[in-house]
Design a protein around this ligand. Sequence first.
Ligand code: BTN
Length: 305
Amino acid sequence: MHDEIKKLLITEKTLSEDVINQIGNIDIDEFSEIVKELGEKETQHIKSSEISKELQTAYIGKKLYVYDEVSSTNTIAKFLSMQNDENGTVIISEKQTLGKGRTGKDWESPLGGIWLSIIIKPNVDQSKFPLITLATGVAVAKALEKIGVENPEIKWPNDIMIKGKKVCGILTESVAILDKIENVIIGVGIDANLESSKFPDELQKITTTLKDELGKECDEHLLIKTFLEEFELINELFNREDYEAILKEWRKRSYSIGKTVEVRKPFDTPFDAYIIGINEEGALIVEKIDGTLEKVISGECIIKN
Ligand code: BTN
C-alpha cells in the first residue's frame, strides 16, 4: 500500500494499525475503484440524480459520490483526493459513524442531516486557506436564504447560526502529499431534517435544525444543489484572489462582530475581548480589556452575555 494512504488510515483511526498492516498488500487503485463504485450506487434518501438534475455548476459536484453510511465524508474525500480525484468532487453520506467536528470533537451525523465534503485544489498560498472556510460559510448562508431561512448568520470562524443557535458546522482539512499541500477538503454538516427536541438537553440550548426553524421538512436535494452552486461562485472569487468580495459578503452576515467574547486560542490562556472585525486574512481583530488589539487566526470565541 502507498505509504501516504497508510498514514491517512492511521491518522483517521478508521482501522486499527494491525488491520492496516494486514491489508498492506491491497491494490490501492482497485480499492479506490470499489470506493467510487459504492458511491455511484443508488441510495435510499439522498439521490445523486436529484442533485445533478439542473445543477448549474461547471465543476463543483460534477463528480458526485453518495453513500448510505461512511465513517466520515472528509476521510473518503481525503482518500479520493490522494487518488487524484478531480477538483470539485463532492462526497455525501446519509449517515456518518465517525463524523468529525472541529478541535477533535465528534460530530453526530444521523439520517436526516446533510453531511458532505468537497475536494478542491486551490492554486493559492496556504496562508489564504482560512478564507476558504469563511467563503464556505457565506455559500451555506446564501443557500439557506434561498430556501427561505430568514437571516442566517455566520459565527467566526465557521458556524452558521439561526436566531443565535448553530445549524451548521464546517471542518476544513488540507491534504499534504509528500509534505506539499495539494488538496483542501471542505466538510459541511447541516442539521437539516432532524428534530432538536431529540438532542441532549445541553445541546438543545445551543443548536437548532432547519426542520425546527422552517416548521416543515426542507428539500435536501434543493438545498445541496443550491449550496454547490453558491459554493462554486464564491470559490471562483477565491481563485481570482478577490478576497475583499468574500469578506464583504461575510461581514454582511456576521454574528460575531460587535460581540463580547472569551477568546480561546490554541496553547494560550483564554481572555475576554470585544470583536471589532475581520481582516484580509480572515483573522478576527479583537480589542482586549486593556484596550490593546489582537489578531485571532485560529481558536474559538465563546459569546458572553
Ligand atoms: C464543527 O465542529 O462545527 C464542524 C463540523 C463539521 C461536520 C462535517 S459533516 C461532513 C464532514 N465530515 C465530517 O466528518 N465532518 C464534516
